[in-house]
Design a protein around this ligand. Structure first.
Ligand code: PLP
Length: 365
């Protein structure tokens, strides 16, 4: 059998593993930080009509600029933004890829503070951008030491994440302002989980900072992960630069129609955010009352530890029909705040795994 290493694949891709949260068929899936509440029926109806209408015109290419979608996303974000300051693509992962294609590449460097969202590193590497990993505190996130680190490394791109995945810790805006001043290149703040957070958004800092970029997604709070829509807000010059690297017509007419319909029902969809936050708080209290460590989270997930063997606990939970995320952080597992009954199933399974022998070394420190 031919393996990819037998092919003339790029040298810098050899030995890399693809991103892959396991998609296991289990009853309780709390591993990819989706909104557990499906889109409301009125939205589904509106979307069906809109997509149907778009389907009658699929012989034509879509609006290459996705102008209306970008305008509606700008309206949603507020902060005086308009379509010229907003860019959209197939998931915020594609938005991140566009940023790396435009501002990274061979001979250039991106800096990130780990643990954080692993795709920052993987997309950097896939675009030939060198990745420099610094550290951040799991419980408290970045401190002013990060500013010095940014000055020393002088990266072409700096990746930040607020609230940070997988810890849920938000980034302080005054620290962010210092980081932007210290960074010679682009500064990307990934705010995929912003709607779940009560911390101020980096959007506040955009005026007068043309190297700052704030990325968002419709995959999380908008309950729209299956549709693949991500976006960013930045200076119009950044949006101009991204036009150079995007593929023509990258956002299909169906995606644009569906996303516009979703944006007409923002209030209904985002009403679920309060329920998710309540579930996050409930799980935090329940887990701590059982003696587990839980990082204070401002997102729709929790980092739970510290386990002697997190992998064994993960497997034990899967055996009980509950899928959480092993983010490769020794001692810790990440769990999404889902439906209350899913949270109950998770807590019951964790109790059994930790107290029983099936977790093989699952005792807490
Ligand atoms: C921090 C962060 N950024 C970006 C993404 C990508 O989201 P999407 O491509 O679905 O917009 C995720 C998904 O889990 C994430 O956790």
């Amino acid at each position: 059998m031919t393996s990819m290493d037998d092919l003339p694949i790029r040298d810098d891709l050899r030995g890399l593993s693809p991103y892959g949260a396991p998609q296991l068929d289990v009853p309780v899936k709390l591993n990819t930080n989706e909104n557990p509440w499906p889109p409301p029926p009125m939205l589904v109806e509106d979307m069906s009509t809109s997509v149907l209408r778009a389907a009658t015109r699929l012989n034509r290419y879509p609006d290459r600029e996705a102008t209306e979608l970008r305008a509606r996303l700008a309206d949603y974000l507020g902060h005086g933004l308009d379509a010229s300051r907003v860019w959209a693509a197939n998931g915020s992962n594609e938005v991140l890829q566009h940023l790396l294609l435009a501002f990274g590449g061979p001979g250039r460097t991106a800096l990130g503070f780990e643990p954080s969202y692993s795709m920052h590193r993987l997309i950097a590497l896939s675009t030939g951008t060198a990745w420099v990993a610094a550290e951040q505190d799991i419980r408290h996130g970045l401190s002013s030491e990060a500013v010095e680190r940014v000055r020393r490394t002088a990266p072409d791109l700096l990746f930040l994440c607020s609230p940070n995945n997988p810890t849920g810790v938000p980034l302080d805006t005054s620290l962010l302002a210092e980081l932007v001043d210290a960074a010679p290149g682009m500064v990307v703040v990934d705010e995929a989980y912003a709607e779940f957070s009560s911390a101020p958004s980096a959007l506040e800092l955009l005026p007068g900072r043309p190297r700052l970029v704030v990325t968002r997604t419709m995959s999380k709070a908008f309950a729209f992960a299956g549709a693949r829509v991500g976006y960013l807000a930045a200076d119009p010059a950044v949006v101009d630069a991204l036009h150079l690297v995007r593929l023509p017509y990258h956002l299909s007419a169906l995606t644009q129609a569906a996303a516009l319909a979703a944006l007409r029902h923002t209030d209904d969809t985002l009403a679920t955010v309060a329920k998710v936050r309540a579930e996050r708080e409930r799980l935090t209290v329940e887990l701590r009352s059982r003696g587990h460590e839980v990082v204070d989270s401002d997102a729709n997930f929790l980092l739970v530890g510290e386990f002697t063997d997190a992998r064994a606990v993960w497997q034990g939970l899967v055996d009980h029909g509950v899928l959480v995320r092993d983010v490769g952080l020794a001692g810790w597992l990440r769990v999404t705040a889902g439906l209350p009954r899913e949270g109950d199933a998770f807590l019951a399974a964790l109790d059994e795994v930790v107290s029983g022998s099936e977790g093989g070394g699952a005792r807490r420190h």
